[in-house]
Design a protein around this ligand. Structure first.
Ligand SMILES: Cc1ncc(COP(=O)(O)O)c(C=O)c1O
Length: 366
């Protein structure tokens, strides 16, 4: 019989027996520690300047219970990347639900509008970055639906989505203002990584560009606010420009945050529990392959290990490490928790009272 504080065999996370669900639990399994999520939330709220300024992205977890936990701490506005996430946020009773994705597809826009109709008590916000998008949304926004507004998505040099920060953006804002739908700007700068001083200088340059856009808007008698930033920049956005900040991956954090953002003190809160299912000369094989741990990072970095990842196939990971034997269970910290959560429609959650519950999440539902 193992005692609660006896270490389990682990190659990637200093864990005790208390950190994994009691037997019997099938593996691979997605494991979340609620107390760590809440501690990450507390730190993030503090750095953001309060829960009213935090507009967290839910793509990281896609879990209704996390939305409820955030609302419980005063967070009322959320960002979503898909319509299923938007619907989840609306069902969770949020005051504001933003689809932070520049869809121009009429079928997607129609589903957004249906969601807004079904939840009249929630404010819905979409984003667009082109005249084409403005026309696509205009066609759906003609008839009332007072709880829908739009933001103009700005490109801070990421090159993913967003209008250039020029008159093109101001024209889109003016077009939305004419429809009485302009909420403000949206800007995501996920391309900014590196040392904090470098990030600070780049965020200040983005902020200055937004100030200039605001001056141009003001000359037209238009105003709007800004939601900006992700985990690497939200703490650097000046409050005079960014009324909201929108980090997302802080919720579960990840191996890369430990390394890149130690000042924020986030803890990994989501793990993959795996079992050693085969042994070879100097290597062991885990039952957690590319279908259990997101394959969107270089092979050697997909999870942290005291040793070396040799091979990852669909259902298997072969690792060269010491101290693991057949049947051992290990708790892996994924490099990218966000895309790993996407692989599971349920998580084993260690609740704040220390018990274990299986809780639903969206998994790969769009
Ligand atoms: C539009 C948008 N906003 C916010 C976020 C959250 O950023 P992060 O993952 O850096 O916390 C993301 C993440 O990809 C995003 O795409």
């Amino acid at each position: 019989m193992m005692r609660d504080n006896e270490p389990i065999q682990t190659a990637s996370h200093r864990a005790s027996r208390r950190d994994i669900p009691a037997d019997p639990v099938e593996t691979p399994a997605f494991v979340v520690h609620e107390d760590a999520v809440l501690r990450n939330l507390e730190k993030t709220i503090k750095v953001s300047g309060g829960p009213a300024r935090l507009m967290p992205h839910v793509k990281t977890h896609r879990a209704p219970w996390v939305v409820a936990a955030l609302r419980n701490k005063g967070v009322e506005a959320f960002k979503a990347a898909t319509l299923a996430e938007l619907e989840m946020v609306a069902r969770g009773g949020a005051r504001t639900a933003t689809l932070a994705f520049t869809t121009v597809n009429p079928a997607n826009i129609a589903r957004f509008v249906r969601c807004a109709q079904a939840h009249p008590e929630t404010n819905f916000v979409g984003i667009l970055d082109s005249q084409y998008g403005l026309e696509a949304w205009r066609a759906h926004l003609r008839n009332g639906q007072d709880n829908i507004r739009m933001r103009v998505d700005l490109d801070p040099g990421f090159g993913r989505t967003g209008a250039p920060m020029t008159d093109a953006a101001v024209d889109l804002a003016a077009g939305l203002h004419e429809l009485n739908r302009f909420a403000g700007w949206h800007l995501y700068d996920g391309h900014i990584h590196g040392p904090v001083e470098e990030r600070r200088v780049r965020v200040e340059a983005e902020a200055e560009a937004v100030r200039k856009l605001n001056e141009r808007l003001a000359r037209k008698g238009i105003s709007g606010d800004l939601v900006a930033g992700g985990s690497y920049t939200f703490d650097l956005w000046p409050t005079d420009v960014a009324q909201f900040v929108s980090p997302g991956s802080w919720t579960y954090s990840s191996a890369s945050h430990d390394r890149d953002l130690p000042n924020l003190n986030w803890e990994p809160a989501a793990f993959v529990l795996a079992t050693v299912v085969s042994e070879h000369d100097g290597t062991v094989t885990l039952d957690a392959g590319a279908k259990a741990i997101a394959p969107d990072k270089p092979l050697k970095e997909r999870f942290r290990i005291n040793g070396e990842i040799m091979l990852i196939a669909e259902e298997h990971a072969v690792v060269r490490t010491e101290g693991l034997a057949l049947g051992d269970r290990i708790l892996l910290v994924p490099e990218h928790a966000c895309t790993t959560a996407y692989l599971y429609d349920r998580a084993w959650v260690r609740t704040t009272s220390g018990g274990w519950e299986r809780r639903d999440q969206l998994g790969s539902t769009r």
